[in-house]
Each structure stands twice: as structure tokens, then as C-alpha cells.
Design a protein around this ligand. Structure first.
Ligand code: G6P
Length: 444
């Protein structure tokens, strides 16, 4: 018989943890978790204690035999782990607010995972994930790393390329929302549909087929984006602005919600700037949401995930992480959309880069379903973005200012020239504390 599973969650103090715990409880019969270690850093101690106490109540209420440990010592937790999940935010929400507000104050898109802000999130996160991988090599060399720290695609690629760690899968909730919304439009259960997603994290396209093999993609495009359609909300954090119908129809694939930043940049910017003036950046909104969530979590009688958590853009992430772990542990062969190494599944991007793609999840990991070539309209954007990601990851690892400036110049959401440099410099200064790789180089 297989032994009980040990899971370590880094960033355990996150407000998403109750969803993760609920996901494990639901699957306990198939996935017997004996130990769940929630790890955080000193700055996250209070959140860890609150959410950790809630996790313990949830496990006790479910009556399952699983120990929940809280610690600030990552190495203590990692010893002999089977699965490590990562959901941390370097610099906490304050850093996200800077990523959003500084570009916006220069009149350019300020977003958590896109444009200048997304690149800075990568600069801060990648050195930390590579440190975690080094600890894993020593303390749990057979463990799987399931990452949902953003920018999830770049983090996965950094782990593969620079961490030289193969057992990694990156995860996002956007495809879950897209699947649901297609099933609603078509009025067909999700199980009767087949979804073929391909691209990179927060920039993928998908096609839809029914059980007879008939393609339904255009029907869904019409159902969601025709002028008289009522587009549904896929994720909470992106404004539900209608795509330009003629353009999306011509793609013959459904774009992801984040494509709005690239296909309708000016409209999105206008909307973001207005929201910035009234309610603040999304990070500021989330900070208020989190405060009220943690107030709820403090209630000693609360022993289940509260409904309010679904107001966060990342809802369903953690449940999907539990399903991946379950699928690996039980070799289930579940179809999921994940970030994994390309290995030739998409012809248009390098063989060894991370892509986000429909994959079969088995004990040996994610096996991407071959996608082939994209038409030029998708390929052009995808290749620019992939090259931008490569440069961003390289800059995060080396701390090279020149490489960072090239990445900025290539990013379609950052105007090139002086403004690129001004925003880069301002963000570097604002995040100095979390970017030692850039400053030790500059000062040496
Ligand atoms: C989406 C994205 C996630 C992101 C989240 C942000 O769902 O797929 O990658 O983390 O939104 O949501 P928030 O509530 O933090 O703005």
C-alpha cells in the first residue's frame, strides 16, 4: 500500500489556502494526505497563524486523519515532501500595488502579470523559486513542484531552464473559467466537450469540439462576442470588455481574457486609468478584500471555505492544484491545462520553453497534447511574447539591466525608448529591497 502523502505549501499564509485545504479534504479517500505543512516568512506570520488555525479547524471538522503544521522554517518543512505547492508573493501586496501604480502613473498598462508590472513580478519571484528548488534538491529530491505563483508561465520556465528541475507543473485558473463559460454558451456539460488550449500562460487560445468531433469554436465566439451577446465573466480581475467581434471571429480560436490587454490596449488602459482614480489599482482593491477575508478567517467557528473567497481572481486555482496532485499520485490521466515544457507540442516556440497547453496528467507528469502550428495572427504575438519572457527570465537570473531593458522594449504593453527606461528605473528603485541581483551588479 502507498504511504500517506506529505504536502508542503510555500506561501501557506495566503488567503487562497482554505480552498486548497477544501480540495484536499474532498479528495482524501483517493489522496490520503497525512501531513500538510504551511510555510511562510516572518512578514506573513500573522496571516499564517490565522489561516493555519482555520485550516486546522477545517481538517478537524472533516474528521480526517491529517496533521497540519505551521512553520516559518521552509527547510524543516521540505524534508521528505512528496509535493510542494508554491503560492507566495515576494514583497506582499504592497509590491503588486507598485507594479500596477507606477506604470499607470506614466499612462501605461499597470497589471499584475502583464506589461512592466508582470516583468517586475518575475524579477522578484524567480530568484526565490530557484532557491526553493535548490532546497528541494537537497531535502526532497523526488518531490513534485506544483506552482501557482505568478507569473506562472515564466516561473515554470525558470525552474526548468535555470533550476534544471524537471518535476514541475505550473497552473492557472483561466482555462477553468473558459471551459465553464463555453459549456454555458453551448448548454452542454463540460464532460461532453473537448478543449484544445495552446499558447503561454495568460496568452493562450483554444478550440472546442463536441463528442462527434464537430468543432464548436465559432459558435462560442458568436455566443460570447457577437454584438448582441452578453459576454460572461471568466475571471474576477479583468474587466469584461467585449472583444472586437470581427477580429476575434477571424482568429477562429477563442482568445483568453488577458488578450484584451493586447487586442484592445487603449480601451483597457482607459478603463484601468479610470478605475485607478476611483477605487485604486486592482492590488489596492484586493488588499481591502483580503482584509475582510482575514476577518472572517479569524472567526473560531468558521470551519469551511467562505463564499467571499470566490471574489478573488484566482478562485479555483487551488482546487485545480489538488486535482493535479491527485492525478499524479493515482496516475489518473486527467486532462488539464497546465504550464509545462513544450517538447515540440507547439511548433512556433522553442522546444525547451514552457507553454500552457491541454495535457494528460499521469504519474510521470504532464504530457502535452500536440497542437502543431498557429496561423500568423496568433504566431506573431506568441513569438514576441515568448521572446520577451525569455529575456525577462534571463534578466531575473542575471540581474542584467541591459537584458531587462531589452525585455521592456520588446513587451507590446510598454512603449519603447525613454518611457521604457524611465519606468524600468523607477520600478527598480521602488523594488530595490527585493531585487538584490540588479543592485549588487550595478554597484560592483
Ligand atoms: C486571475 C489569474 C491569476 C491571478 C488572479 C488575480 O485569475 O489567472 O493568475 O492571480 O486572477 O486575482 P486578484 O483577485 O488577485 O486580482
Amino acid at each position: 500500500m502507498k504511504k500517506g502523502v506529505k504536502i508542503v505549501t510555500i506561501g501557506g499564509g495566503s488567503s487562497y489556502t482554505p480552498e486548497l485545504v477544501e480540495g484536499f479534504i474532498k479528495r482524501f479517500d483517493e489522496l490520503p494526505i497525512r501531513e500538510l505543512w504551511l510555510v511562510d516568512i516572518e512578514a506573513g506570520r500573522e496571516k499564517l497563524e490565522i489561516v493555519g488555525a482555520m485550516a486546522k479547524r477545517m481538517v478537524a471538522a472533516a474528521g480526517i486523519d491529517c496533521e497540519v503544521h505551521l512553520t516559518l522554517d521552509r527547510r524543516e518543512a521540505l524534508k521528505d515532501a512528496d509535493f510542494v505547492t508554491t503560492q507566495f508573493r515576494v514583497g506582499l501586496l504592497d509590491a503588486r500595488i507598485k507594479d500596477e501604480s507606477i506604470p499607470l502613473s506614466h499612462g501605461i498598462i499597470g497589471q499584475e502579470t502583464n506589461g512592466a508590472g508582470g516583468m517586475f513580478k518575475a524579477f522578484r519571484t524567480i530568484p526565490v523559486i530557484l532557491g526553493i528548488v535548490e532546497d528541494m534538491k537537497e531535502l526532497c529530491p523526488n518531490a513534485w513542484l506544483i506552482n501557482f505563483t505568478n507569473p506562472a508561465g515564466m516561473v515554470t520556465e525558470a525552474v526548468l531552464r535555470y533550476g534544471k528541475w524537471e518535476k514541475v507543473i505550473g497552473l492557472c485558473n483561466v482555462p477553468i473559467g473558459a471551459i465553464k463559460s463555453a459549456s454555458d454558451v453551448l448548454k452542454k456539460p463540460e464532460e461532453d466537450l473537448f478543449f484544445k488550449f495552446a499558447g503561454i500562460n495568460h496568452l493562450h487560445w483554444h478550440r472546442i469540439f463536441d463528442k462527434d468531433g464537430t468543432e464548436l469554436t465559432e459558435q462560442v465566439i458568436d455566443g460570447l462576442y457577437a454584438p448582441d451577446a452578453n459576454p460572461e465573466k471568466v475571471v474576477e480581475n479583468i474587466k469584461n470588455m467585449r472583444f472586437l467581434y470581427e477580429q476575434v471571429r477571424n482568429l477562429k480560436m477563442l482568445p483568453c481574457p488577458y488578450h484584451r490587454y493586447y487586442y484592445m490596449t487603449d480601451d483597457m488602459l482607459k478603463e484601468e486609468l479610470e478605475a485607478f482614480q476611483t477605487e485604486g489599482s486592482r492590488g489596492q482593491v484586493v488588499k481591502r478584500l483580503e482584509e475582510s477575508l482575514f476577518e472572517l478567517y479569524k472567526d473560531p467557528n468558521l470551519d469551511h471555505k467562505p463564499e467571499e473567497l470566490s471574489k478573488r481572481g484566482g478562485a479555483h486555482y487551488s482546487d485545480a492544484a489538488c486535482e493535479i496532485i491527485n492525478s499524479i499520485y493515482n496516475n489518473k490521466g486527467t486532462m488539464m491545462v497546465v504550464s509545462t515544457r513544450n517538447n515540440g507540442a507547439i511548433d512556433d516556440v522553442p522546444y525547451d520553453s514552457a507553454i500552457e497547453i491541454t495535457s494528460v496528467i499521469r504519474a510521470h507528469g504532464a504530457e502535452p497534447v500536440n497542437f502543431g502550428k498557429f496561423p500568423p495572427a496568433q504566431r506573431g504575438l506568441l513569438q514576441v511574447m515568448k521572446a520577451m519572457e525569455e529575456l525577462t527570465i534571463e534578466a531575473a537570473v542575471t540581474g542584467s539591466y541591459d537584458t531587462a531593458l531589452q525585455a521592456f522594449t520588446l513587451n507590446p504593453l510598454v512603449p519603447s525608448g525613454d518611457i521604457a527606461q524611465t519606468v524600468l528605473d523607477e520600478l527598480l528603485e521602488a523594488h530595490k529591497e527585493h531585487l538584490p541581483q540588479f543592485f549588487t551588479k550595478v554597484e560592483a
